[in-house]
Design a protein around this ligand. Sequence first.
Ligand SMILES: [Zn+2]
Length: 243
Amino acid sequence: MSALPNNLVFRDGVQVMRMDLHTHTEVSHDCRTPLRDIPAWLLRTNTRVIAVTDHDQQRGGPELARIVADLGLGDRLSIIPGEEVTTSEGELIGLFLRERIPPRLTPEETVREIKAQGGLVMLQHGFDPLKRYRLRPEATLRIADQIDIVETFNSRLSRHHWNRVAAQWAQERGLPVCAGSDAHTLRDIGEAWVETPFRTVQTPEHLLAALREGVVGGHWTHPVYAYGRKQWRNLNGRFRREG
Ligand SMILES: [Zn+2]
């Protein structure tokens, strides 16, 4: 383990870390990030908590948690098993899921499934009209009082303005806020974060406590640029692996 970088960051004498609650891995149909490459990147970027939120798949989180445990890194990195679920009216994220939730249920049914598993409902990229798969505004209003966390910084919105709209919406409802890179490549993981004092996060209560003490931050990337970069990195990664 000593070979892995372990980037410790302190602020005013307190060890802090970053949490990224919206990431994709090779388990997603549109992403190639190998699970086994993720732990070293997390240590290097001090991103010590990530939620794995693959499209309509839940197994990436448990698999990555197993890899982290096998590496003996369980006290340094926390992996939240999640899923970005396609509902009949756009996407919603469930965190702390024990099993996969099938796509194309109604938003209400999806929320019920998440809560039945003891999970948290997270509204991601909810206000960007150019995000094709965002939850429809009517659906957002119908389930508003069931939402536990609002993503107020997403690195992949068409305009950063929509992050501010999300922040305003969360504030009006007194809801906890978070950040998500929506990473589809390894190097994009940690592009958006909540900085909070270091701890391990194993339960919804741990996460909500960490968010309450957290500060949202991140880099916003124009989506056309992000798409080009993903293609380029995937191409490079393929050449490297073959070479
Ligand atoms: Zn996503």
